[in-house]
Design a protein around this ligand. Structure first.
Ligand SMILES: Cc1ncc(COP(=O)(O)O)c(C=O)c1O
Length: 427
């Protein structure tokens, strides 16, 4: 596979190089120079999930990882299902929250962890990241127990929910968690300082494993194939997929799947009030506003960092712009959508509810809508309970970790203290 930096055309990379580097020169995103079209899509769709995912990823990545490597990566990463669940006659949801941290990030995170562990060839790596909740859990679980890779996760002490904290601080082993006596911005500033400090960057072989990594995106392509495989022929013919979007990684993956030949008629980019993209699609003007806080907080993004990849898919002729529409859903309609779903017997959280509202609003006669369920409702328990007015029970992974002891150490917001701690536990 050849990838090119969308900012610096002379900066190219193989898949392995792009996975290790994350971002390219001048913070540019890596993008495939070509997108293969799959032959015999119906046969591909008839395969089991893991086998089909290997087939799809082989078409994209090629043979560069060597015999059997991609196969074992996929088998180790994709160990949980992604079921399509019908919510009405013409709308269904793709539930992406059956992994260890109950969110779609488990697919990309686990695939990236398995790729890095194979690609690093036993060289030690330290993943350093700051979290305000969700990312920490996905990264911790994805890398837990992987040899030669240590993970250090900083989080603001007392500022994330107990349950969310337990999800990543109770693992131990190669997962080192640090509660910083400050806020999330201080945690992020300390991570940045570590990447700027050659002692730490080179001494501990730092890697950010951030969400822009190409391996995450390619992993996400696979669950769009899995979704369509569960639909009937009629549903496949008129399929509209609605994606709850913040940084637009999920939508980019879906559009790559379509470019590979997956039968998706069009997409709806569903956002909350941070609606830079829906406005851009309507007016042609890129005019980000100040980011506003909403109940779908993982989508509170006004400058989506994957957007250049979507533009590239269109500008380079892999897809027609007409296959993408945007819909902004405000706070009232988010709640209405959650209640409508509940009346139909389906409990959802704000992110998926936005995608549901957007597709219900947008669907034409005869079309079939599918919206992505990106997180388990229990991950947004308080909001869901408030909106629906009824208690929500916890799924097993949350019950299991809630009784375990946190192994996090507490440090002041001092870079020197963090550096000393890292060298003492990692060297
Ligand atoms: C629950 C949930 N839904 C949707 C999104 C948006 O995904 P993307 O950033 O790929 O657009 C996120 C992002 O973190 C999320 O956590």
């Amino acid at each position: 596979m050849e990838l090119v930096n969308l900012k610096v055309a002379s900066d190219t990379a193989s898949f392995s190089q792009a996975v290790k580097r994350g971002l390219g020169q001048e913070q540019g995103l890596y993008f495939p120079t070509s997108v293969p079209t799959l032959a015999n899509i119906d046969d591909v769709l008839a395969m089991p999930f893991v086998e089909r995912s290997i087939h799809v990823l082989k078409a994209l990545i090629g043979d560069e990882l060597g015999d059997g490597t991609l196969e074992s990566i996929v088998k180790d990463a994709f160990t949980f299902p992604a079921p399509v669940v019908s919510v009405s006659d013409n709308v269904a949801t793709l539930e992406l929250f059956h992994g260890p941290t109950l969110a779609f990030k488990d697919f990309g995170g686990r695939f990236m962890a398995q790729c890095l562990s194979r690609i690093s060839n036993g060289e030690p790596i330290t993943i350093l990241t700051a979290t305000s909740g969700d990312t920490g859990a996905a990264v911790a679980h994805a890398f837990h127990g992987i040899e030669n890779i240590n993970v250090v996760i900083l989080f603001p002490k007392g500022k994330i929910s107990q349950l969310q904290e337990k999800l990543f601080t109770t693992l131990g082993d190669n997962i080192h968690t640090v509660a910083i006596e400050s806020d999330f911005d201080a945690c992020q500033a300390m991570v940045k300082q570590a990447f700027d400090d050659p002692d730490v960057r080179e001494g501990l072989h730092l890697n950010s494993a951030n969400s822009i990594n190409i391996s995450r995106l390619l992993a996400q392509v696979c669950y769009y194939f899995e979704a369509v495989s569960q639909l009937s022929d009629t549903q496949r013919k008129e399929l509209v997929v609605s994606v709850p979007s913040g940084n637009f990684g999920n939508l980019t993956a879906g559009m790559i799947a379509k470019a590979m030949g997956l039968p998706i008629k069009r997409f709806v980019a569903a956002t909350n009030l941070n609606d830079t993209v829906p406005r851009y699609l309507k007016t042609g003007e890129w005019a980000p506003n100040q980011t506003v806080a909403t109940m779908s907080n993982a989508m509170d993004v006004s400058q989506p960092n994957n957007w250049p990849r979507i533009e590239a898919l269109i500008e380079r002729g892999f897809l027609d712009k007409a296959c993408l529409r945007g819909e902004c859903v405000d706070e009232d309609y988010t709640q209405i959508a959650m209640r409508q779903l509940a009346q139909q017997g389906y409990t959802s959280e704000p992110h998926a509810a936005i995608a549901y509202r957007a597709v219900s609003h947008d669907l034409a006669e005869g079309e079939y809508g599918l919206f992505l369920g990106t997180a388990h409702p229990a991950k947004f328990r308080e909001t869901v309970e408030n909106v629906l007015g009824q208690p929500l029970s916890l799924p097993q992974p949350l019950v299991d970790c809630s009784s375990k002891e946190s192994q996090a150490v507490t440090l002041p917001a001092s870079y020197d203290a963090l550096k000393a701690h890292m060298f003492s536990v990692l060297k």
